[in-house]
Design a protein around this ligand. Structure first.
Ligand code: NAD
Length: 422
C-alpha cells in the first residue's frame, strides 16, 4: 500500500486537524502531542522447555490531567511503541468524550500469545504487571484488557499486584472475572455502548434499523457482541470476518451460531449456509468492508479503511468498534462522500465506561446489577453522542474532529485550572 500506516502519525494528524479547527493554544497542543510518560520494559520468561525468552513491553501514560490514567494492555506480535502511544492518546480523548474522571494510557507486549502455553502466558502476564508496578495503581493508572488479553490475564495481574503491595487490590485493574471483583456487563460493554450510539446515529440519519443490514469485521469480544446487538436492534448482520476469512449471507447470519462455529473450528470461515468471501483472508476482509450494507462495523485492527478503499465503502454509517480503523486521509474521503463515521473514541467508549463502573464498585465493595450497569451506560453513551453530534453541526466538521474538539477542550480546561507546575 502506498500510504504509510503508522497509528501514532495518524493520531497526531487527527490532533492537528482538531487543534486547527478549534484554534488551540500552541503550548497546550505541544503538551498533548507528546505522552507524559513512556516505560519500555524487558520481560525475561522461563519457557516450558527450560530456555529463556526475552519479550519487550511498554506502558505509555499520555495524560492524567482529568484523573488517573486508564487503558488496556495488548498482546500482539506486531505491536510497537508507536502503536501503544497512539492507543494511549486515544484513551485520553475517549475518557474525556464520555466525561469520566480518567486520563489515558495503554500497554502492550510484542508477543503472539497463541504460541505460548497457559503457564508461559501466566508467567509473562505476572512479569509484565510486576515490571510496570511502580507506575500503576488504583489512583495512578488502571490497566484493562485489549486485543488478545482477557479476564483471566487481568486476574493474574491483580493477584501479582496485590501480592506486591500486601493487600487485596481489585481496583488496580478492570476487566476481571466476576468472582474476583469484576463488574456485571463488562464483557459486553464495548458493544453495548456501541449499540446505544448506533441507535442515536440511525435515528439522526433516518435509517430504520429493522430494514438495515450490517457487516462486522473481526469476531472477538468487540465484533461478536456488536453483531449480536445489531441483530437485537433488528438489523440483518449479513457478513462477519476474522483473521482467517469472511462469510456472507444476504438473509442474515445468526451471531450465536457463528460464535459456536468459531469456537469449534477456530474461525468464522466455512459457516454452514453462508458463502465464504475471497479464499485469501486479507482480500476477504477487504471485500467485507466494501459490501453494500447500511452499517459497517470495523471491530478488528487499525488502518483498514484507507485512501485506497474509502471511495468503495458503500455503507451510510461506519461505527468504529476497533481503535484507529480509519486513516485521516480516508476520514476526509468518507466525510466528502457524506458517510457518517462514529469515531472509535466515542463508539467503543462503552468498554472504558464500564471499566470505570468496575473501579467504583471495587473501591466501594458494593456490586451493581447488570440493569444498573446498562442504564448508567446508556445515559452516558447517548448524551456523549448528542454532545459530539451537536459540535459536528455547529462547527461543520466531521464526527471525529467534533469528538476530538470536545475531548481536547475538557483536557485543556483541566490543565489550565491545575496550572503548569513546577
Ligand atoms: P479480540 O482479541 O477479542 O478479537 C480480535 C478479533 O479480530 C479476532 O476475531 C481476530 O481474528 C480478528 N482479527 C485479527 N486480525 C485481523 C485481521 N487482520 N483482519 C480481520 N480480523 C482480524 O479483540 P477485541 O477486544 O474484540 O478488540 C478488537 C478491536 O476493538 C481492537 O481495535 C480493540 O482495541 C478495540 N476495542 C476493544 C475493546 C474491548 O473491550 N474488547 C474496547 C475498546 C476497543
Amino acid at each position: 500500500m502506498a500510504e504509510r500506516l503508522n497509528p501514532w502519525e495518524n493520531a497526531l494528524k487527527q490532533l492537528d486537524k482538531a487543534a486547527k479547527a478549534m484554534n488551540l493554544n500552541p503550548g497546550y497542543h505541544q503538551i498533548l502531542a507528546t505522552p507524559k510518560r513512556v516505560l519500555e520494559i524487558q520481560l525475561p520468561i522461563k519457557m516450558d522447555d527450560g530456555t529463556i525468552k526475552v519479550f519487550t513491553g511498554w506502558r505509555v501514560q499520555h495524560n492524567d490531567a482529568r484523573g488517573p490514567c486508564k487503558g488496556g494492555i495488548r498482546y500482539h506480535p506486531n505491536t510497537d511503541l508507536d502503536e501503544v502511544k497512539a492507543l494511549a492518546m486515544w484513551m485520553t480523548w475517549k475518557t474525556a468524550v464520555v466525561d469520566i474522571p480518567y486520563g489515558g494510557a495503554k500497554g502492550g507486549i510484542r508477543v503472539d500469545p497463541h504460541k505460548l502455553s497457559p503457564g508461559e502466558l501466566e508467567r509473562l502476564s505476572r512479569r509484565y504487571i510486576y515490571a510496570i508496578s511502580p507506575i500503576v495503581g488504583i489512583n495512578k493508572d488502571i490497566p484493562a484488557p485489549d486485543v488478545y488479553t482477557n479476564p483471566q490475564i487481568m486476574a493474574w495481574m491483580m493477584d501479582t499486584y496485590s501480592a506486591l503491595v500486601g493487600y487485596n487490590e481489585p481496583g488496580v485493574i478492570t476487566g476481571k472475572p466476576l468472582e474476583v471483583g469484576g463488574s456485571e456487563g463488562r464483557e459486553e460493554a464495548t458493544a453495548r455502548g456501541l449499540q446505544y450510539v448506533t441507535e442515536e446515529a440511525v435515528r439522526v440519519l433516518g435509517i430504520d434499523p429493522t430494514r438495515a443490514t450490517a457487516a462486522v469485521q473481526g469476531y472477538g469480544n468487540a465484533g461478536y457482541f456488536s453483531a449480536k446487538f445489531m441483530k437485537e436492534l433488528g438489523m440483518k448482520v449479513v457478513a462477519v470476518s476474522d483473521s482467517k476469512g469472511a462469510i456472507y449471507n444476504p438473509d442474515g447470519l445468526d451471531p450465536e451460531a457463528v460464535l459456536e462455529h468459531k469456537k469449534k473450528t477456530g474461525s468464522v470461515k466455512n459457516f454452514p449456509g453462508a458463502q465464504n468471501l475471497n479464499p485469501d483472508p486479507i482480500k476477504a476482509n477487504q471485500e467485507l468492508l466494501e459490501l453494500d450494507v447500511d452499517v459497517l462495523i470495523p471491530a478488528a485492527i487499525e488502518n483498514v479503511i484507507t485512501k485506497e478503499n474509502a471511495d468503495n465503502i458503500e455503507a451510510k454509517l461506519v461505527v468504529e468498534a476497533a481503535n484507529g480503523p480509519t486513516t485521516p486521509e480516508a476520514d476526509d474521503i468518507l466525510h466528502e462522500r457524506g458517510i457518517i463515521v462514529v469515531p472509535d473514541i466515542l463508539a467503543n467508549a462503552g468498554g472504558v465506561t464500564v471499566s470505570y463502573f468496575e473501579w467504583i464498585q471495587a473501591r466501594t465493595r458494593e456490586w451493581w446489577t447488570v440493569d444498573t450497569v446498562r442504564n448508567k451506560l446508556r445515559a452516558i453513551m447517548s448524551k456523549s453522542f448528542r454532545d459530539v453530534y451537536n459540535i459536528r453541526n455547529e462547527m461543520n466538521v466531521d464526527m471525529r474532529t467534533a469528538a476530538l474538539i470536545l475531548a481536547i477542550k475538557r483536557v485543556v480546561r483541566a490543565l489550565e485550572i491545575r496550572g503548569i507546575w513546577p
